[in-house]
Design a protein around this ligand. Structure first.
Ligand SMILES: CC(C)(COP(=O)(O)OP(=O)(O)OC[C@H]1O[C@@H](n2cnc3c(N)ncnc32)[C@H](O)[C@@H]1OP(=O)(O)O)[C@@H](O)C(=O)NCCC(=O)NCCS
Length: 144
Protein backbone atom coordinates (compact mmCIF):
# COMPACT_ATOMS: atom_id res chain seq x y z
CA UNK A 1 0.00 0.00 0.00
CA UNK A 2 1.24 3.49 -0.86
CA UNK A 3 1.94 5.49 2.28
CA UNK A 4 2.38 9.26 2.34
CA UNK A 5 2.47 12.07 4.91
CA UNK A 6 1.26 15.48 3.78
CA UNK A 7 0.98 18.85 5.46
CA UNK A 8 -2.74 19.66 5.49
CA UNK A 9 -4.61 22.81 4.62
CA UNK A 10 -8.14 23.81 5.46
CA UNK A 11 -9.53 21.83 2.50
CA UNK A 12 -8.79 18.73 4.60
CA UNK A 13 -10.98 19.94 7.50
CA UNK A 14 -13.82 17.41 7.03
CA UNK A 15 -11.34 14.54 6.71
CA UNK A 16 -9.48 15.63 9.84
CA UNK A 17 -12.74 15.62 11.79
CA UNK A 18 -13.65 12.22 10.31
CA UNK A 19 -10.34 10.68 11.43
CA UNK A 20 -10.65 12.16 14.93
CA UNK A 21 -14.26 10.93 15.19
CA UNK A 22 -13.43 7.41 13.98
CA UNK A 23 -10.46 7.33 16.34
CA UNK A 24 -12.63 8.20 19.33
CA UNK A 25 -10.68 11.38 19.98
CA UNK A 26 -12.83 14.12 21.54
CA UNK A 27 -13.01 17.42 19.68
CA UNK A 28 -14.78 20.75 20.15
CA UNK A 29 -16.67 21.77 17.03
CA UNK A 30 -18.00 24.90 18.74
CA UNK A 31 -14.60 25.82 20.10
CA UNK A 32 -10.99 25.30 19.06
CA UNK A 33 -11.89 22.67 16.45
CA UNK A 34 -14.40 24.77 14.53
CA UNK A 35 -13.62 25.40 10.85
CA UNK A 36 -12.74 29.01 11.63
CA UNK A 37 -10.48 28.14 14.56
CA UNK A 38 -8.65 25.43 12.62
CA UNK A 39 -8.19 27.74 9.60
CA UNK A 40 -6.69 30.36 11.89
CA UNK A 41 -4.42 27.81 13.54
CA UNK A 42 -3.23 26.53 10.15
CA UNK A 43 -2.38 30.09 9.10
CA UNK A 44 0.12 30.27 11.97
CA UNK A 45 3.54 29.39 10.52
CA UNK A 46 4.52 27.75 13.81
CA UNK A 47 1.63 25.29 13.59
CA UNK A 48 1.29 22.37 11.19
CA UNK A 49 -1.36 19.73 10.69
CA UNK A 50 -0.08 16.54 9.10
CA UNK A 51 -2.12 13.73 7.60
CA UNK A 52 -0.99 10.17 7.04
CA UNK A 53 -2.47 8.61 3.90
CA UNK A 54 -2.71 4.98 2.86
CA UNK A 55 -3.61 4.67 -0.79
CA UNK A 56 -4.76 8.30 -0.65
CA UNK A 57 -7.17 7.70 2.25
CA UNK A 58 -6.38 9.74 5.35
CA UNK A 59 -5.89 7.30 8.22
CA UNK A 60 -3.91 9.45 10.66
CA UNK A 61 -3.67 13.05 11.84
CA UNK A 62 -1.48 15.12 14.14
CA UNK A 63 -1.06 18.79 15.06
CA UNK A 64 2.41 20.13 15.80
CA UNK A 65 2.74 23.60 17.24
CA UNK A 66 5.59 25.63 18.67
CA UNK A 67 4.46 28.13 21.27
CA UNK A 68 7.77 29.99 21.33
CA UNK A 69 8.97 28.04 24.35
CA UNK A 70 8.05 24.40 23.77
CA UNK A 71 6.95 22.26 20.90
CA UNK A 72 3.67 20.41 21.33
CA UNK A 73 2.30 17.32 19.66
CA UNK A 74 -1.48 17.35 19.81
CA UNK A 75 -4.47 15.35 18.65
CA UNK A 76 -2.51 12.41 17.36
CA UNK A 77 -4.92 9.83 15.96
CA UNK A 78 -4.69 6.67 13.88
CA UNK A 79 -7.65 4.87 12.34
CA UNK A 80 -8.63 1.93 14.64
CA UNK A 81 -8.12 -0.55 11.76
CA UNK A 82 -4.48 0.54 11.36
CA UNK A 83 -3.28 0.50 14.97
CA UNK A 84 -0.36 -1.39 16.40
CA UNK A 85 1.67 -0.95 13.21
CA UNK A 86 3.86 1.89 14.44
CA UNK A 87 2.16 4.43 12.16
CA UNK A 88 1.72 7.04 14.89
CA UNK A 89 5.50 7.11 15.28
CA UNK A 90 5.77 8.41 11.72
CA UNK A 91 3.48 11.32 12.56
CA UNK A 92 5.45 11.97 15.74
CA UNK A 93 8.68 11.98 13.72
CA UNK A 94 7.48 14.49 11.13
CA UNK A 95 6.05 16.65 13.93
CA UNK A 96 9.44 16.62 15.66
CA UNK A 97 11.19 17.66 12.44
CA UNK A 98 8.75 20.53 11.99
CA UNK A 99 9.01 21.65 15.62
CA UNK A 100 12.81 21.56 15.63
CA UNK A 101 12.91 23.60 12.44
CA UNK A 102 10.54 26.11 14.09
CA UNK A 103 12.98 26.44 17.01
CA UNK A 104 11.69 24.01 19.61
CA UNK A 105 14.23 22.26 21.81
CA UNK A 106 11.84 20.52 24.20
CA UNK A 107 8.94 18.65 22.61
CA UNK A 108 5.94 17.60 24.72
CA UNK A 109 2.58 15.89 24.65
CA UNK A 110 -0.30 15.79 27.14
CA UNK A 111 -1.70 12.29 27.58
CA UNK A 112 -4.48 11.09 29.90
CA UNK A 113 -3.03 8.70 32.45
CA UNK A 114 -5.28 5.81 31.35
CA UNK A 115 -4.41 6.16 27.65
CA UNK A 116 -1.98 3.25 27.63
CA UNK A 117 -1.65 2.94 23.81
CA UNK A 118 -0.68 6.60 23.56
CA UNK A 119 1.69 6.39 26.53
CA UNK A 120 3.35 3.35 25.00
CA UNK A 121 3.56 4.98 21.60
CA UNK A 122 5.29 8.11 22.96
CA UNK A 123 7.61 6.08 25.18
CA UNK A 124 8.61 4.00 22.17
CA UNK A 125 9.43 7.28 20.38
CA UNK A 126 11.79 8.27 23.21
CA UNK A 127 9.51 10.42 25.42
CA UNK A 128 9.80 10.37 29.21
CA UNK A 129 6.77 10.70 31.49
CA UNK A 130 6.78 13.49 34.11
CA UNK A 131 4.36 11.96 36.65
CA UNK A 132 4.53 14.86 39.13
CA UNK A 133 2.91 17.38 36.79
CA UNK A 134 -0.84 18.14 36.86
CA UNK A 135 -2.60 19.84 33.96
CA UNK A 136 -4.47 23.05 34.90
CA UNK A 137 -6.75 24.97 32.53
CA UNK A 138 -8.89 28.11 32.59
CA UNK A 139 -11.69 28.18 30.00
CA UNK A 140 -14.37 30.71 29.12
CA UNK A 141 -16.78 27.79 28.52
CA UNK A 142 -16.77 23.97 28.44
CA UNK A 143 -16.88 24.17 24.59
CA UNK A 144 -13.67 26.20 24.33
C1 LIG B 1 -2.43 6.50 20.40
C2 LIG B 1 -2.47 6.08 18.92
C3 LIG B 1 -2.32 7.30 18.04
C4 LIG B 1 -1.31 5.11 18.67
O1 LIG B 1 -1.29 4.80 17.29
P1 LIG B 1 -0.59 3.46 16.72
O2 LIG B 1 -0.15 3.75 15.32
O3 LIG B 1 -1.49 2.31 16.91
O4 LIG B 1 0.67 3.33 17.67
P2 LIG B 1 1.63 2.06 17.84
O5 LIG B 1 1.52 1.16 16.66
O6 LIG B 1 2.95 2.60 18.22
O7 LIG B 1 1.01 1.28 19.08
C5 LIG B 1 1.00 1.92 20.36
C6 LIG B 1 0.37 1.01 21.37
O8 LIG B 1 -0.99 0.74 21.02
C7 LIG B 1 -1.34 -0.56 21.52
N1 LIG B 1 -1.84 -1.38 20.41
C8 LIG B 1 -1.17 -2.27 19.65
N2 LIG B 1 -1.99 -2.80 18.74
C9 LIG B 1 -3.17 -2.23 18.91
C10 LIG B 1 -4.42 -2.38 18.27
N3 LIG B 1 -4.58 -3.21 17.25
N4 LIG B 1 -5.47 -1.60 18.69
C11 LIG B 1 -5.31 -0.75 19.71
N5 LIG B 1 -4.12 -0.56 20.37
C12 LIG B 1 -3.08 -1.29 19.96
C13 LIG B 1 -0.12 -1.17 22.15
O9 LIG B 1 -0.18 -0.86 23.54
C14 LIG B 1 0.99 -0.37 21.48
O10 LIG B 1 2.14 -0.27 22.26
P3 LIG B 1 3.29 -1.40 22.11
O11 LIG B 1 3.69 -1.44 20.69
O12 LIG B 1 4.40 -0.88 23.00
O13 LIG B 1 2.68 -2.68 22.57
C15 LIG B 1 -3.79 5.34 18.60
O14 LIG B 1 -3.98 4.29 19.53
C16 LIG B 1 -5.01 6.26 18.62
O15 LIG B 1 -5.36 6.89 17.62
N6 LIG B 1 -5.71 6.32 19.78
C17 LIG B 1 -6.92 7.14 19.91
C18 LIG B 1 -6.61 8.63 19.92
C19 LIG B 1 -5.65 8.98 21.04
O16 LIG B 1 -5.82 8.57 22.17
N7 LIG B 1 -4.62 9.76 20.69
C20 LIG B 1 -3.59 10.19 21.59
C21 LIG B 1 -3.97 11.43 22.31
S1 LIG B 1 -2.70 11.89 23.47
Amino acid sequence: MAQEIKRLDIDAYDEIIRVWAESGLPFKLKGRDSLEAVAKEMANPNCAFFGLFLDEKMIGVVIANFDGRRGWINRLAIDPDQRGLGLAAKLIEISEEFLRSAGAVVICALIEEINYPSISCFQNSGYTCEPNIKYFTKRPSPDA
